[in-house]
Design a protein around this ligand. Structure first.
Ligand code: CMC
Length: 433
């Protein structure tokens, strides 16, 4: 484990039988207890469903301090990256470990730009779906199908092929996402343009039609770029862990990213931005906010405030702050400052942040609380929200996948369990049951 060192140990005392477990220290953050030899030494497993106390790997990509509300990529704070950098630089940083110089940035951007087209045969996949298919269902299918088209970048043991596959995935996701949207609205696919930036190209492929080019406002394309930056990576969340687990068996990168997309779809993860808008729709008016806050607090009611709470952040999600600012900028640009949904969201946030239930449980708005309002204002249907999250998170997934593949000590991920089923019992023949 590079970048970490053993610093002391803890003792596990089981009726006088003492086992020493090493403590490992990373560069920042809490120490971890190394339990890799625990089973061999004691015959016991640890039990941690939901991994609330378990570090599944070591990683040098992203650091989160949930209590302080800090998120850093390779040591750079997300607020600085969102305000002073752009998505292409952040992609480079996540993949390569350092911010690019001007030449490196140009080369990287060119490589991504020149991989944005899809194999034409792949575009036929879309017509196999029903027109009302959820675009996330299309994404899982089409991204998985990339494995059947790009055989020259599926040798996971070749670092060059791994990097080509990574560039392809980052480059083609906007094209696939835009095509999923075009298919659902019955418009022709719009091909990528090499003179546009990553975010501009995505907006162009989504909103242009052959009869009329989409008019690009710099405020809007900058907001799109910032949304991508804010979602680029988030440490070992459920979908990233899914990508790592799938990759640990040696599966090809396109299949691994398809697995990540499937995991991201759920409303407790990437699906939350879609759920926030559905919730705001359901609440309907500022007058109903208190009723829904009460529902969220009621243990007998399954309703939860979507866009609130986080497994790791027990403070304001730093991405939510930037997202809130971006939301104001976009609504101002579009002359939508009086958008009732924004007023409703702000009132909901205000009341929740003062309510003892939310204060005591440290439930703050997360990244998804404001992103849905921005995306709706930009013209995206709610079903596309999670797709945009998947598009942006692809770089995080591939960076984490590459990091794992480069680790010579990589092992297949294989958790154990606390078995609670029947102990051995004799088989009962059918006529005796
Ligand atoms: N509304 C009402 N109560 C909540 C909420 C909420 N949004 N979130 C957590 N709680 C309560 C929960 O009922 C529990 O109460 P108690 O201790 O009395 O049983 C306590 O807070 C702790 O919650 P938990 O479910 O044990 O915490 P978790 O870490 O397992 O769940 C979460 C984290 C994000 C799944 C959860 O907060 C949630 O469901 N939030 C709404 C969905 C959402 O916005 N998800 C997006 C997360 S950010 C983007 C991403 O990572 O994909």
């Amino acid at each position: 484990m590079s970048g970490s060192k053993v610093n002391g140990n803890v003792q596990l005392d089981e009726n006088g039988q003492v086992t020493e477990l090493p403590m490992i220290e990373g560069s920042v953050g809490p120490k971890v207890i190394d339990i890799r030899k625990l089973y061999a030494q004691t015959g016991h497993f640890t039990y941690d469903p939901g991994f609330t106390s378990t570090a599944s790997c070591d990683s040098a990509i992203t650091y989160i301090d949930g209590d302080e509300g800090v998120l850093m990529h390779r040591g750079y704070k997300i607020e600085e990256l969102a305000s002073q950098s752009d998505f292409m630089e952040v992609c480079y940083l996540l993949l390569k470990g350092e911010l690019p110089n001007a030449q490196q940035k140009e080369d990287f951007t060119t490589s991504i730009t020149y991989h944005t087209m899809l194999h034409e045969q792949l575009t036929k996949f879309f017509s196999g779906f029903r027109r009302d298919a959820h675009p996330m269902a299309i994404m899982v299918g089409v991204v998985g199908a990339l494995s059947a088209f790009y055989h020259d970048s599926t040798d996971i043991n070749d670092p060059r092929q791994r990097m080509i596959a990574s560039h392809r995935l980052i480059a083609k996701m906007p094209t696939i996402a835009a095509m999923a949207y075009k298919y659902s609205v019955g418009q022709p696919f719009i091909y990528p343009r090499n003179d546009l930036s990553y975010a501009e190209n995505f907006l162009h492929m989504t909103f242009s039609v052959p009869a009329e080019e989409y008019k690009m406002s710099p405020v809007i394309s900058r907001a799109m770029d910032r949304i991508f930056t804010l979602h680029a990576d988030h440490e070992q969340n459920a979908s990233t862990s899914t990508v790592r687990l799938a990759g640990s068996s040696g599966a090809n990168p396109f299949a691994c990213i398809a697995a990540g997309i499937a995991c991201l779809w759920g409303p407790a993860h990437g699906g939350a931005n879609e759920a926030v808008l559905e919730m705001l729709d359901e609440i309907g008016s500022v007058d109903n906010v208190q009723e829904y806050i009460n529902k969220a607090k009621d243990k007998n009611d399954p309703f939860r405030l979507m866009g609130f709470g986080h497994r790791v952040y027990k403070n304001y999600d730093p991405r939510a702050k930037v997202m809130q600012e971006t939301c104001y900028e976009v609504l101002e640009e579009l002359n939508m400052q009086d958008e009732p949904m924004l007023k409703l969201a702000m009132e909901l946030e205000r009341i929740a942040l003062e309510d003892p239930y939310f204060v005591e449980k440290k439930l703050f708005p997360n990244v998804d609380f404001y992103s849905g309002i921005i995306l709706k204002a930009l013209g995206f249907p709610t079903s596309m929200f999670t797709v945009l999250f998947a598009l942006a998170r692809t770089v995080g997934w591939v960076a984490q996948w590459n990091e794992m593949m480069e680790d010579p000590a990589r092992k297949i991920g294989r958790p154990r369990q606390l078995y609670t089923g029947p102990a051995e019992r004799p088989f009962v023949p059918l006529d005796k049951r």
